[in-house]
Design a protein around this ligand. Structure first.
Ligand code: SF4
Length: 464
């Protein structure tokens, strides 16, 4: 049952003809939230095809690893995990499970993953998850795992959009909803265009229908997801600002977040729309990557540091209470000390709530791989440490000024720690932990902030 753009999944589970217990599949997710969403869609797809999705790898007949290729380290982790999975089954004296690799690594390496000592049984790329039931049925049909069948199914398909069944999750109380896939930008360090393919939009009607079914299930908040949601464009009739208008008009929906924006798409019209629509949370994750125009040009990011700062200043004028987060790469080929200082200068100027920073890691086949990776590892490490220290200084000062103040925050559920506490999130994406009687997920509380640690605040609820 392929899930194309215009249909929502039918989740009735056809009974197995032989009456045997449905084969069990365990799905493990790596990388970004697109993969989190895809893993949910894979789960729904398999359940619709008569499989059971289990949360324990040892109880599974098949294990699917939904993978990430954004950095070398991410791929190494998966390869060692394949060995670990096999070892743990041997230890538990269990028959070998089917092991499959999905996601970006599958798309990048394809059939090569079925060769060598850590060979897996099947490889399914990001646009071919509807092939999974057939492939798995072929492998798990008789309950005996040692067969040559399986295979590798990869290749981008423009129209393959998957819809995750809303009831399968609220994660963090904010339901993820992908609005498109792939990316048309050509940032020279990035492997995404190779692994996720060209940008392809989900039809706005499907997005609205998906969100309506989330609201019907009790969801009150969605996170619109894509490599570059701000680049969303459905023909000439609708851009991202227009899509936000459509989503904000859905009755019962209370909050809208989105991830990830691209500075090049953050037009004033879009920022005006975000500022005007109350349901759109005033938090912008807009990766700057560098503060140096020379490095930005070499990265093909299509904006300058001045453009970026102009966007930030304008957003602060038209989006009340807006907060920012960003990604940064240090040690990009040719980055001089002056270039790095420019990055620190931009970080000081924007005053981010949070940044995610990485040392440049060359990816095979990307345009930047033709550039000499000439910044020594020790320099990359020291620049990363300095950048994190500057950001910590900025955040500490900002967090101190917020302590004592009142915020409104929505409960996402019990906090991991301390016990008996509740995890809340403000509209501008600040985490708050409060102690006290049970708080229903999705409900709003007024909280007086009493302290902070890391990027989390502590507080007392005004409700008692
Ligand atoms: S915008 Fe650039 S960094 Fe982001 S996914 Fe596309 S190519 Fe990669």
């Amino acid at each position: 049952m392929a899930m194309f753009q215009n249909s929502l999944p039918d989740l009735t589970k056809p009974p197995r003809p032989d009456g045997a217990e449905a084969p069990a599949v365990y799905i493990e997710t790596y990388g970004c939230q697109m993969n989190t969403y895809d893993s949910q869609a894979i789960g729904g797809l398999l359940e619709g095809a008569g499989f059971r999705v289990v949360d324990n790898e040892l109880a599974a007949d098949a294990v699917l690893l939904n993978t990430c290729s954004v950095r070398e380290h991410a791929e190494h982790k998966v390869i060692s995990r394949v060995g670990e999975l096999r070892h743990r089954r041997l230890e538990a004296d269990l028959a070998p499970a089917i092991i499959g690799i999905c996601g970006c690594m599958a798309e990048r390496l394809g059939d090569d993953l079925r060769k060598g000592a850590k060979a897996v049984d099947l490889v399914v790329g990001v646009d071919n998850y509807d092939a999974l039931p057939g492939l798995l049925r072929g492998l798990t049909g008789g309950g005996n795992a040692a067969r040559p069948r399986g295979g590798a199914v990869t290749g981008h398909r423009h129209d393959a959009h998957y819809v995750a069944p809303p009831e399968l999750y609220p994660t963090n109380n904010s339901h993820l909803v992908t609005i498109h896939k792939g990316c048309d930008y050509k940032c020279t360090y990035c492997i995404v265009p190779m692994t996720r393919g060209p940008q392809s939009e989900k039809a706005p009607e499907v997005i609205v229908e998906e969100i309506r079914s989330i609201v019907a299930q009790g969801g009150r908040e969605v996170t619109l997801l894509g490599q570059n949601v701000t680049a969303y464009r459905c023909g000439d009739r609708l851009d991202f600002a227009g899509l936000l208008e459509m989503v904000a008009a859905i009755d019962g929906l209370e909050r809208i977040r989105f991830l990830t924006g691209h500075p090049h798409d953050m037009h004033r019209h879009l920022m005006d729309t975000i500022g005007r629509l109350e349901k759109v949370c005033p938090w912008l994750h807009v990766p700057a990557q560098s503060g140096s125009d020379t490095v930005l040009r070499r990265m093909k990011r299509l904006y300058t540091a001045a453009d970026y700062l102009d966007m930030v200043d304008y957003a602060r004028r038209v989006i009340p209470g807006v907060s920012f987060s960003s990604d940064f790469i240090v040690g990009f080929p040719g980055e001089t000390d002056a270039d790095f200082r420019a990055t620190l200068e931009l970080v000081r100027r924007v005053q981010y709530d949070q940044i995610f920073s990485f040392k440049y890691s060359e990816r095979p086949g990307v345009p930047a791989a033709r550039l000499a990776d000439d910044v020594p590892l020790e320099v990359k490490k020291s620049r990363l440490a300095e950048l994190m220290a500057v950001q910590q200084e900025i955040w500490s000062a900002a967090a101190d000024t917020l302590v004592g103040g009142l915020v409104t925050a929505v409960c996402e559920g019990p906090a991991r720690r301390p016990a008996g506490a509740w995890r809340l999130r403000t509209a501008n994406n600040r985490k708050v932990i409060v102690h006290g009687p049970e708080v229903a997920a999705g409900s709003s509380l007024e909280v007086r902030l009493t302290g902070w640690e890391g990027t989390t605040f502590f507080g007392e609820s005004r409700a008692g």
